[in-house]
Design a protein around this ligand. Structure first.
Ligand code: DLL
Length: 432
């Protein structure tokens, strides 16, 4: 069990004090060792010595994904290659990947961060942990791996895909903790059903899901199908990978590892800071990273913060689950739509499965959105009236929530795409 009481139960004043001390360290190192940061500071006449309070962080310019791309592959490293012991990367949809370099201490801190998250979910040394994240450049596999080992769990590094083997090992090795994206466990649910695997054949008790969001409705679906406690964790390659934050079993947000990350919320339009409980874009600063320090990284993830102590006994700030990304928001005929809103509606409805795709197109000057949803049971296809009734019910519910007209198309079970990693549920044909 890894519960670092010194930080996870510290008073807010103590946490802020530690953060300030580390922020000053991080800023000086970035300024002294990374020409990119030095140039940005010099342009506005900012010196590391100007950072004397946590609020002074607002003087520091933001860092964006483009900055990482422009400095590809190693331009943002703060140490010589001889001190880097691991490199990861995240492939974007276009162009060059985002690269992250880690020193040995960075890897130790990473393991500690994950170990805390595992402990928060109830994971311990008795667990057999099956990791179904890809092992490779993606941070998911290796990231969870070392933290689970640190806790003492028996790690099964099966990696992603090969669902038949996943189920076989899950049963034969007695896996009790499963790690994947929410999309993959859903896919595996289906596989389990088809292969006649019963709940009683497996010992799973905890799920640790991340790398993408899932709605409360989707969580309920996963918990029901597997009889597990489904928890969520969050992170991104740019600042570490998984390990930034994760849920405890009080399920009231994800505890941020605040001794390693300083979280701010800003208005994505004006970039002005927002207060506790106010929804905006999360900006992260690394407080301990040696290999590749990140100052004020704009994550594009939309969430809000809660600084009240948690019922679990931890005092670290909690971020609410990610509500969407500033770049996955669809604007359909002027109305803002997040895919997660659509998922909430669909997964809560009877007779349809959790699999869906959103297709946006443009006819003339008009945007059109079609939502393809799988039926849970093919027998409904035999009654046109029933089908029409259900289609209308889904349509009306979506219209009420989104305040937008969309076309709903119910399709046969198992005809839409399945994902072993992160799902891609939106196809936007408007600029194709
Ligand atoms: O997805 C790191 C990770 C791996 C986190 C495994 C948790 C578990 P990237 O590939 O760089 O890193 O993608 C980072 O994924 O900015 C979010 O938009 C999204 N994301 C990650 N976790 C969550 C989550 C990993 N729990 C990007 N909820 C982030 C919503 C998430 N979005």
């Amino acid at each position: 069990m890894i519960w670092n009481r010194e930080i996870e139960q510290a008073g807010r004043g103590q946490i802020r004090e530690l953060q300030l001390e580390r922020l000053k360290w991080a800023v000086s190192r970035a300024y002294d060792s990374v020409p990119f940061y030095r140039k940005k500071f010099d342009e506005i006449g900012l010196k590391p010595s100007h950072i004397v309070s946590l609020e002074d962080i607002r003087k520091i310019p933001f860092t964006t994904k483009d900055d990482l791309r422009d400095n590809y592959p190693y331009g943002l490293l703060a140490v010589p290659m001889s001190q880097i012991v691991r490199v990861h990367a995240s492939s974007g949809t276009t162009g060059k990947p985002i690269v992250a370099g880690y020193t040995r201490d960075d890897l130790d801190n990473w393991s500690e961060c994950i170990a805390r998250l595992v402990t928060m979910t109830g994971g311990c040394s008795d667990d057999v942990a099956q990791i179904a994240f890809g092992y490779g450049l993606f941070t998911g596999g290796f990231g969870l791996h070392y933290g689970l080992e640190k806790v003492g769990a028996a790690v099964v590094p099966i990696s992603s895909g090969n669902s038949e083997m996943q189920l076989m090992l899950m049963r034969d090795f007695g896996a009790t903790l499963f790690v994947s994206t929410p999309s993959y466990i859903l896919y595996l649910s289906e596989f389990a059903e088809e292969s006649g695997v019963k709940k009683s054949d497996i010992k799973l008790r905890i799920g640790m899901f991340g790398g993408e969001g899932h709605t409360p409705e989707m969580r309920a679906e996963i918990e029901k199908r597997w009889g597990i406690v489904a928890t969520e964790n969050y992170g991104l390659t740019e600042v570490m990978g998984p390990g930034v934050s994760g849920e405890c079993t009080e399920f009231c947000g994800m505890h941020v590892n605040e001794d390693h990350f300083l979280a701010e919320i800003v208005d994505p339009g004006t970039l002005e800071p927002l207060g506790e409980g106010e929804q905006g874009e999360m900006v992260l600063t690394t407080l301990s990273k040696e290999g590749m320090p990140m100052l004020r990284y704009r994550t594009k993830d939309i969430t809000f913060m809660d600084y009240a102590p948690c019922r679990c006994g931890r005092t670290t700030a909690r971020m609410h689950k990610v509500l969407g990304r500033t770049d996955d928001m669809l604007i359909i005929r002027g109305v803002n739509v997040f895919p997660s809103q659509i998922e909430s509606v669909l997964v809560g409805m009877p007779r349809i499965g959790p699999h869906y795709q959103i297709v946006v197109s443009r006819k003339g000057y008009m945007d059109a959105m079609e939502i393809q949803v799988e039926l849970a049971d093919a027998s409904l296809l035999e009654s046109y009236r029933e089908l029409e009734k259900l289609e209308k019910a889904v349509h009306d519910r979506l219209k009420a929530v989104l305040r937008l007209e969309s076309k709903v198309k119910l399709v046969e079970p198992k005809t839409l795409a399945r994902y072993t990693g992160k799902a891609k549920r939106v196809t936007d044909l408007r600029n194709a």
